[in-house]
Design a protein. Structure first.
Length: 274
């Protein structure tokens, strides 16, 4: 396909890009495309594809079983003890051979849960905590990649404290329905990190892709959500706690009152018998 699209001998600059699964596929195929286009300046721009390792071994192994033939050989060799990790961008970046820009809403890793069965987990106190932990996991992995990855000199990041995939699904378990697609435009046009919008960050990167840039919002918890991001409808933990407590106490009280009523009935019957 590459050969039919681009004449390898022609001087050109090519940006390999994609979003979500397409973005992850671009990361996995980046080195192969560069090898197919010798003499061409090939760079990578990947959007919403940075899914961290959060105890999902079974899902990753299933993905590896489907994709292992096309995964980066250097990564598979380097991760011989757990080659299925090569379906994750934070692992693949160690093996990238050219400049790459990652656009990563910090809470986007939430999308990894429920992807296989095409459902969205309800946002409640428990999943809010998980969402916060996911944002922290992504933040840690990005900074480790930017500072410690063998490919660090080639890695650039724009990471607003936004959600992404979960916004474009309904909150009920009704599957992959992108009902908030217009919100995606907000992330690309108005959300800024350190007063820099994505368009400006991309222009900076395109001008010098081999010079790393790192724009990153603070991610301590979901209260650090970027105010310019599309609204994330979270259930406050204290409200959920009250509701959960009520769900526990009401049945207990009903049983207790039932025993009391039963006792009254027994007592009344005993009196009548006398």
């Amino acid at each position: 396909v590459i050969a039919t699209l681009i004449e390898p001998s022609a001087p050109a600059s090519v940006v390999l890009g994609g979003e979500s699964a397409g973005g992850l596929g671009s990361v996995g195929q980046y080195n192969r495309v560069r090898a197919l286009l010798p003499g061409v300046a090939v760079t990578l721009s990947s959007d919403s594809s940075w899914f961290t390792f959060l105890d999902q071994t079974a899902d990753l192994q299933a993905a590896y079983a489907l994709w292992n033939a096309s995964l980066d050989p250097a990564c598979v060799s380097g991760q011989a003890a757990a080659p299925y990790r090569c379906v994750l961008a934070p692992v693949l970046v160690d093996y990238l051979e050219g400049p790459a820009l990652f656009v990563l809403p910090a809470y986007d890793v939430y999308n990894a849960f429920g992807t296989v069965d095409a459902t969205t987990i309800e946002l409640n106190a428990s999943t809010t905590r998980m969402l916060t932990a996911s944002g922290g996991s992504l933040r840690t992995s990005v900074f480790e990649a930017a500072a410690l990855s063998p490919a660090a000199a080639n890695l650039s990041f724009f990471v607003p404290a936004c959600a992404w995939h979960v916004l474009m699904r309904p909150l009920a378990n009704s599957g992959l329905i992108y009902d908030r697609y217009p919100d995606s435009l907000t992330v690309y046009t108005t959300v800024s990190v350190a007063d820099v919008v994505l368009n400006a960050a991309m222009a900076e990167w395109v001008a010098a892709p081999a010079t790393p840039i790192l724009y990153y919002d603070a991610v301590e918890d979901v209260s650090a959500y970027n105010p310019n991001c599309p609204t994330l409808p979270l259930v406050p933990a204290e409200v959920t706690l009250v509701m959960s407590t009520a769900f526990v106490l009401i049945p207990v009280l009903m049983i207790l009152f039932g025993f009391i009523a039963y006792g009254w009935c027994v007592r009344d019957n005993a009196r009548k018998t006398k």
